[in-house]
Unconditional design. Structure first.
Length: 80
C-alpha cells in the first residue's frame, strides 16, 4: 500500500485520498475513510511529485484530485 507521509507524523494511504486542496501555505486532504479531513501546514507544491505518478492530477493551482476516486455520472437529455 502506497502512503503519503505528512507533517505531525501523520500518514495516509493514497487510495484513501479523494483530493487535496491548497490554501496558501496550508493543504487540506479530503479522505474516504472516517470522513476525516487532514489540515496540514504544508504547501501543496511541497507535497511530493510522486502523487502525479500514482494517479493524481493537479487540476488548477488549488485542487489535486485522485483520478481513481472520480465517478462518472451520465445525464441523459431527458433528465433534469
Amino acid at each position: 500500500m502506497k502512503t503519503l507521509y505528512l507533517a505531525r507524523k501523520t500518514s495516509l494511504a493514497l487510495k484513501d485520498m479523494i483530493y487535496l486542496e491548497s490554501d496558501s501555505d496550508y493543504t487540506t486532504v479530503f479522505t474516504k475513510s472516517d470522513n476525516r479531513n487532514q489540515y496540514e501546514a504544508l504547501s501543496l507544491c511541497k507535497i511530493p511529485a510522486v502523487l502525479m505518478t500514482e494517479g493524481f492530477a493537479r487540476v488548477n493551482r488549488s485542487p489535486t484530485i485522485n483520478i481513481d476516486s472520480l465517478e462518472y455520472h451520465f445525464l441523459s437529455k431527458r433528465s433534469v
